[in-house]
Unconditional design. Structure first.
Length: 167
């Protein structure tokens, strides 16, 4: 079974940032990133609706090791996505990502001090062991966006549009 020192789950803003820190602050450690989707960027790749932007300034939200240099501090989604992907590429982090790898189980074994993590990739189970497991998965469900219930919704004759599923 494959082993890495650090397994990062999620290739969004925080997953790429975590990989940078492992690479530069613990250069002797091995790492891998498992990403359920087929692209780097997490939230900023998923949400594509017109006008999407951060509600935090990028000098705060961005990486300390790669300061935000664009003119707009409250950046739009495509700019943030470009920033995350550029960082991953410049640092070679993108070479450590296994795409279409959805984690289904993680178990800690105290006797070996290792995590065993299992995922689905191309319809098959794959497993890896690691010393550190970092969950950089965000808080969105990529399969089904949150849709709250409110009184009278069944009487609404219009179309419900969820920003997560805009083309």
């Amino acid at each position: 079974m494959e082993h890495v020192d650090v397994l990062i789950v999620g290739a969004g803003l925080s997953g790429i940032g975590t990989a940078w820190h492992v690479k530069h602050r613990s250069p002797g450690r091995t790492y891998a990133i498992w990403e359920a989707r087929g692209a780097i960027g997490g939230t900023w790749d998923l949400f594509r609706y017109p006008g999407i932007r951060s509600d935090s300034d990028m000098h705060t939200l961005g990486y300390r090791f790669k300061p935000w240099t664009e003119a707009k501090a409250i950046a739009d989604g495509p700019s943030i996505l470009r920033y995350v992907r550029e960082t991953a590429h410049e640092e070679g982090i993108d070479q450590h990502i296994a795409f279409h790898t959805r984690v289904t189980h993680a178990a800690w074994d105290s006797s070996t001090a290792l995590w065993t993590v299992t995922a689905q990739r191309d319809g098959a189970d794959v497993s890896i062991t690691c010393n550190y497991l970092v969950m950089s998965t965000g808080y969105y469900s990529y399969d089904e966006g949150h849709l709250p219930e409110w009184g009278g919704e069944k009487d609404f004759a219009g179309k419900f549009v969820h920003p997560q599923f805009l083309p």
